[in-house]
Design a protein around this ligand. Structure first.
Ligand SMILES: [Zn+2]
Length: 379
């Protein structure tokens, strides 16, 4: 089979075509009006550039925005869960503007199609299901400028990832999957080190498909999440020691966390479809924060779409644990024993152990992973 034929067997991108909004730096870019992007908007810009947000070609106009906020669909009818918008303090004057990061580095141009006001409270209520400013996603939204500016982007300067060897765009992961002969691929979103529980569910999922994409989010997270370089080292030692080399790919997902819980689970799934994943793991409280979302909300929201409307297939999981009686990893779905038989440690307890230089039980965490975390705590 040719490579093209192998790629054709993968799931189609959302909307049918992988978008590419990279391009050359125009000669006149220095003369253009400059809009400065927040780090989250820079992450979105990079996702737009590489087609991870296909079919979007730029920041959303008002029709798409209102349709997404109210109906979870783009104006044209495709499912879409979260706004991808660029907030500005004044409406731009020119037809084309330059986009820069907070250091002033020019990244892209935007063909201005629209500028419109919006209600932060309404967006918070619909997208985050709360208007509480203690929610990190709502806090970011409330700190935004008053206008959204919409239009196609052309990106000539991509942000440098801290791990260039993990920087696979959707076109790259699709080629990587095709080269390995994978057709059905499950994506796993993570922003934390992988302990035995997550190793278990990724492997249970992998048993039913051809390949696994471990896709850690490397854009902005809350300051108390584990730093990205430590997490990446954890993934390396875990995959090297415990996964077959030809069945797993670790690659960085350059998105920033929004902490929008259920809606972000849909958004994450659609992005992974663009990377070539046919399946997507959704655990309990996916992309949640605090207690803003019910345990199963991020799974139940998939029912709000017609069958096959999303195309990518969610795989729902319970919390899992080592059961001493079963003598294996299990979950409440598969183990009948008393919780006293289960090796379950709170996040606080794990942090205490690691900070004290002690390995958690091997039933909870692979020692190689725990050692990376202990070293990180000590430095
Ligand atoms: Zn059991």
């Amino acid at each position: 089979m040719t490579m093209l034929a192998a790629e054709e067997r993968l799931i189609k991108p959302h909307g049918g075509q992988l978008v590419d909004r990279t391009g050359h730096r125009p000669d006149n870019v220095e003369a253009l009006e400059v809009l400065t992007l927040t780090s989250r908007e820079v992450s979105d810009l990079d996702l737009l550039a590489c087609g991870a947000l296909s079919p979007l070609e730029g920041f959303m106009g008002r029709e798409d925005y209102h349709s997404v906020v109210e109906e979870m669909h783009l104006a044209g009818g495709l499912p879409w869960a979260l706004p991808v918008c660029l907030a500005v303090d004044t409406q731009p004057k020119g037809d084309v503007v330059a986009l820069a990061d907070e250091s002033g580095r020019l990244l892209a141009t935007l063909e201005v199609e629209d500028a419109y006001g919006y209600s932060r409270e309404l967006e918070a209520e619909r997208c985050f299901r709360t208007t509480d400013e203690a929610h990190p996603g709502v806090a970011r939204l409330y700190a935004q400028q008053r206008w959204y500016v919409a239009g196609k982007v052309t990106v000539f300067e991509r942000p440098q990832l801290p791990f260039p060897e993990l920087a696979f765009d959707p076109a790259d992961t699709r080629i990587a999957f095709a080269k390995r002969g994978w057709r059905r691929v499950v994506g796993f979103q993570t922003r934390n080190p992988i302990h035995r529980a997550h190793e278990y569910l990724t492997k249970v999922a992998l048993e039913t498909v051809d390949g696994l994409l471990i896709h850690p989010l490397v854009g902005d997270t809350k300051s108390d999440d584990v730093p990205v370089d430590t997490r990446v080292e954890c993934y390396r030692v875990l995959v090297d020691g415990y996964y077959p080399y030809d069945r797993v790919l670790v690659s960085a997902f350059p998105a920033a966390m929004r902490y929008a819980g259920p809606r972000e689970a849909i958004w994450h799934a659609i992005c992974r479809k663009n990377y070539g994943c046919s399946h997507f793991i959704v655990g309990r409280d996916h992309a949640g924060v605090g207690d803003y979302y019910g345990t199963y909300d991020a799974q139940l929201i998939f029912d709000e779409f017609e069958p096959h409307e999303l195309d990518i297939e969610p795989m729902f999981f319970e919390h899992s644990f080592w059961c001493r009686k079963c003598g294996s990893m299990a979950s409440t779905k598969t183990c009948p024993h008393d919780t006293g038989e289960h090796v379950v440690l709170s996040g606080t307890k794990v942090r205490e152990l690691l900070a004290a230089g002690e390995l958690p039980p091997v039933e909870f965490s692979r020692p190689e992973v725990a050692k990376v975390l202990i070293d990180a705590y000590r430095s």
